[in-house]
Design a protein around this ligand. Structure first.
Ligand code: COA
Length: 337
């Protein structure tokens, strides 16, 4: 089971992981008091029971810092050892400077590149795949990759079709160069986008398109997530199936070679549908939406970190991560943890 990437000189290994969930919890019972919904409807349609919500002065970079410090500690590295910071987020601290620079400042380090990645719920996979390239080419040794979201700022709590879905959180990986792929490497990656599905999931403001409107008014809905739920649902299932098939075709792996699927946690039903169509065993899927909701770019590092903490995912196992999100974007990484 050798793929081209195992022939490389440098390999990208996850050295440490960390995650952060804000203290405040919004349960389905709380949602029942906000909109016309029910615990039963939310659980049955999404698998979600509660979500964490950041407090007013908790910024994406603050949550990223907490997750990053844990990831650094686990990898036994100091902030000064980092060569590059990548932050995936769909709602940054500010438009400028980017959140990666804000995080750099909070880590008390300077003089290394810091970049935000905007690919919605696929953002973390995009960021990790970029980190993989810089490590494989030997340019950088240690890279901090973070997904961090305060989605409550872009959630319309008068719209029951979206507000029950989203939560806040952050997850971070420190990835490092190593020479032995058996000790951890990324075997295979895919990135993709389907711009024609842009209108299925979007936020209008702030943005030049919204600002350039002749009669510019900003209503709550302009600054919040707008979604065609059914369209996104169908496309998400298709993306999971196509990405999984491509990974198997490119690598020669079969489902038995994959120990865990760590997917973007958008909706439990999407994942179950994928399992049925692709004939992938549900027991090998990390389902982690119940207590967090959809945390967009934070969801994969969050659920991976929690699954390792719970003793499900162990070193040397083969992990397939797949994400899909607004854009629509998608991406996957097959790696040895
Ligand atoms: N509580 C109660 N009823 C609700 C509701 C809620 N929170 N949200 C919608 N409904 C109602 C609708 O108004 C509709 O009522 P009607 O039949 O009287 O018109 C009914 O439930 C069915 O709506 P529908 O949109 O068909 O539900 P659905 O089965 O498609 O589930 C989603 C809705 C949003 C859960 C589902 O489409 C979904 O998960 N889509 C993907 C979302 C996603 O993953 N986004 C992020 C991608 S990264």
């Amino acid at each position: 089971m050798k793929t081209n990437s195992t022939l490389n000189k440098h390999h990208c290994r996850i050295g440490g992981m960390g995650y952060y969930l804000p203290e405040k919890i919004l349960t389905n019972q709380d949602m029942e008091k906000i909109v016309d919904t029910s615990d039963e409807w939310i659980k049955q349609r999404t698998g979600i029971e509660s979500r964490h919500i950041a407090n007013a002065n908790e910024l994406p970079s603050d949550m990223a810092l907490k997750a990053s410090l844990k990831a650094l500690e686990q990898s036994q590295l100091k902030p000064e050892d980092l060569d590059f910071i990548l932050v995936a987020t769909l709602y940054p601290d500010r438009i400028m400077p980017n959140t990666a620079c804000e995080l750099q400042k909070k880590l008390n380090i300077s003089n290394i590149p810091a970049l935000d990645i905007s690919a919605a719920c696929s953002g973390f996979i995009y960021a990790l795949s970029i980190a993989n390239q810089y490590i494989q080419t030997g340019i950088y040794k240690n890279i901090l990759v973070v997904g961090t979201e305060t989605l409550h700022h872009v959630t319309d709590y008068t719209d029951r079709t979206t507000c029950v879905l989203f939560g806040d959180g952050a997850g971070a990986f420190v990835v490092s160069r190593n020479t032995n792929p058996e000790q951890g490497c990324i075997y295979h990656q895919t990135l993709n986008a389907y711009g024609e599905f842009g209108e299925a999931l979007y936020i209008s403001a702030p943005g030049a398109r919204h600002s350039s409107k002749k009669e510019r008014t900003t209503e709550k809905k302009d600054t919040c997530i707008q979604m065609d739920g059914q369209k996104v649902f169908k496309k998400a299932v298709q993306i999971l199936c196509d990405t999984y098939t491509k990974t198997l075709e490119d690598t020669g792996y079969t489902s038995t070679d994959i120990d865990w699927l760590v997917p973007h946690q958008a909706n439990e039903r999407i994942l179950k549908k994928f399992c049925k169509i692709a004939n992938f065993p549900e027991e090998k899927v990390i389902f982690d939406i119940k207590e967090t909701g959809n945390t967009s770019s934070a969801s994969i590092p969050l659920s991976m970190g929690r699954a390792v903490e719970q003793g499900k995912i162990k070193r040397s196992q083969n992990i397939l991560m797949i994400a899909m999100g607004g854009g629509m974007t998608s991406g996957s990484l097959l790696l040895k943890y």
